[in-house]
Design a protein around this ligand. Sequence first.
Ligand code: SF4
Ligand code: SF4
Length: 214
Amino acid sequence: MIISEQKNRDELLQALEGKKKIFLVGCAACATACKAGGEEEVFRMQEWLAAVEHEVTGSMIIDEACHMLRAARDLREHQLQVEQADAVLVLACGAGVQSLSASTDTRVIGGLNSLFLGNIRRFGHYEEKCSLCGDCILNETAGICPVTTCAKGLLNGPCGGMEEGKCEADREIDCAWHLIYERLKRQQRPGVFARIVPAKNWGKVKKPGRHKIK
Ligand code: SF4
Ligand code: SF4
């Protein structure tokens, strides 16, 4: 999922300058799981907006704000409230904000910062797991991504700084390559250690990304 957090209130106030009437949008997917843009956060944002003398014309939570057709349809269902607003404040990741921007000519303001693609370790604790490199090596690395979880993104590790299984960049954190080695050992296979992995071809990551199921 996309891990996000709310922008600080000063930045938001600046972005909202001159926009007194606001329509609020949250996302029921990643932004809810991150406690950044779910029902509770939309409600709290509504309270804060009232406290800083902004009027909320309405609000909605989209199932997945990054689903462009759904975002456009949901926005149409709230057309009157959107038309009454000076701006639409979106508590969703950058992809969600862009779904909404594409669906209305009303000014759309993003209320979150998208941080990374990651997992929930436990409540309120998120970890980056994938850098979307376009050429996944997980099948060889026992399901542990060195591109993302090794501090140096090494494809042939560990580096000389590993000590007792800990990373030299942060001794509190396990060395990704030590974890890969230990898990492959338990699986009784050499995996990635059977070869020297060539430098990653980042050319496989095309910007902007496009993908169609054939
Ligand atoms: S190797 Fe790592 S960064 Fe690349 S796709 Fe797989 S999990 Fe993502
Ligand atoms: S100690 Fe391990 S995780 Fe840290 S930079 Fe070196 S190889 Fe990567």
